[in-house]
Ligand binder design. Structure first.
Ligand SMILES: [Zn+2]
Length: 104
């Protein structure tokens, strides 16, 4: 997957209430191809108090969204597509398709 934890991304598809949302990727789930973006796709969960010191009631939970619904945000040109380049040592690194800037 081109998205990694800690990336700044923009949600480009999905429900209206999360479209255009920007945030950091807090978790990548390779098995499902989904990512969790901070404050995107927040679901209100009604949770019963289960333990004495646990908080019951309504809690916010960030729900995973498919990685194809987000675009990585380049610090220079905004939402962009990811390209790959090899550096002198042959290691792959991610670059912005628009300006060629480093994304890692
Ligand atoms: Zn760029």
């Amino acid at each position: 997957m081109k998205i990694k934890q800690g990336d700044k991304v923009k949600v480009v598809a999905g429900k209206d209430r999360i479209r255009d949302h920007e945030g950091r990727v807090v978790k990548v789930i390779p098995e499902t191809g989904r990512v969790i973006v901070e404050r995107a796709n927040v679901a209100k969960k009604h949770q019963r108090q289960q333990r004495q010191n646990e908080q019951g009631g309504i809690i916010d939970k960030d729900m995973p969204i498919h990685h194809s619904n987000v675009m990585i945000v380049c610090s220079k040109c905004g939402p962009t597509r990811v390209g790959y380049e090899r550096d002198a040592s042959g290691a792959k690194r991610r670059v912005c398709r628009k300006c060629g800037g480093d994304l890692d």
